[in-house]
Design a protein around this ligand. Structure first.
Ligand code: AVJ
Length: 309
């Protein structure tokens, strides 16, 4: 695993645009820092999505109508998925996440509370196509909340939607939450909170990488840099070198790799795409979903859609 990660990071860090994948945010500290981000006044997405889900619970459940299997794509602690159990009443719940141990523990807890729902936990890599051959005949509802879709570039998002529309096998749909385009000031603050939690979340990726592959990134050499790229409609997060930096990536038996950065050089760590409602609905339609219902908040900060095949 270490060799593979070293290879991956060596490639991404020495590319024309150096980058570290956002998956490296979510170690133990990073997951907790993200939880804190969701509590910040400036970070409106989580609380706004929850407001929409709570306020329109009835309408959403009516749109979903009937659910054999609720497939939670990025379940984590299963908190958002389990919120739907009462209103949607799935017969089965499949919790998918990159971290198998984490989601298994959450499902084990949940199973005790909801013995009537058949539950299972699975590891997934959402960058690869999904297939559910054993669920073909069932009505599936895919659940993808939290604007996680914002991390996909627009072409990848289209592929992902096409994959899900196909995997519905003519029955079911996708319940998804996405962050909307809004004034730049609001967007900027959500990713540049004055307490510095987002900065810590971003910088922690370096500590996680150090731990995983034995590299020697020094936090004092880097600073958080996030801005809204208006033409690409995305928040970009980067780490910016505060001085000239040399980093060693141990070669595990073979030669060590040294990567150099000049002051001001950037490592791109995340994109968080923001959509308009019209554009997002159009993408879902284009992917093969026929009937799309939407719910939003009074400020139109966030959007929840149920897209039926
Ligand atoms: C978990 C990808 C939805 O893009 O807003 C929060 C991650 N990054 N603050 C987002 C994140 C910085 C978040 N997503």
């Amino acid at each position: 695993m270490k060799h593979i990660l070293t290879e991956e990071l060596l490639q991404s860090l020495t590319a024309d645009t150096p980058s570290i994948s956002p998956k490296f945010f979510y170690d133990d500290i990073g997951s907790h820092l993200f939880d804190v981000i969701t509590l910040l006044d400036e970070y409106y997405p989580t609380r706004t999505e929850k407001w929409i889900m709570d306020t329109y619970q009835r309408g959403i459940a009516d749109a979903v109508a009937h659910c054999d299997v609720l497939i939670d794509l990025g379940a984590g602690n299963c908190a958002k998925g389990s919120q739907l159990f009462d209103s949607i009443a799935p017969k089965q719940y499949r919790a998918l996440d990159i971290s198998k141990e984490y989601v298994e523990a959450a499902v084990a807890d949940l199973q005790k509370q909801f013995p009537q729902i058949e539950m299972s936990a699975h590891a997934i890599d959402l960058s690869l196509p999904l297939a559910f051959p054993d669920l073909q005949a069932l009505r599936k509802v895919f659940f993808y909340p939290g604007s996680s879709i914002g991390n996909f570039n627009p072409e990848k998002a289209d592929q992902f939607f096409m994959n899900l529309a196909h995997e519905c096998h003519g029955n079911g749909g996708l319940l998804i939450g996405v962050d909307l385009v809004k004034d730049t000031e609001t967007l900027h603050l959500a990713y540049n909170d004055p307490l510095g939690v987002t900065a810590a979340f971003n910088l922690n990726a370096l500590l996680n990488v150090n731990r995983l592959i034995g590299s020697n990134f020094q936090l004092q050499d880097w600073e958080h840099y996030a801005f809204f790229n208006t033409s690409l409609s995305r928040i970009e997060m980067h780490l910016r070198a505060r001085s000239d930096v040399r980093v060693i990536l141990p070669g595990n038996g073979s030669q060590d790799h040294i990567i150099s950065f000049g002051v001001g050089d950037l490592i791109h760590t995340e994109n968080s795409y923001k959509y308009t409602q019209e554009h997002f609905v159009e993408k879902l339609r284009h992917a093969g979903f026929a009937d799309i219902q939407c719910w939003t908040d009074p400020n139109k900060y966030f959007l929840v859609c149920f897209a039926k095949v």
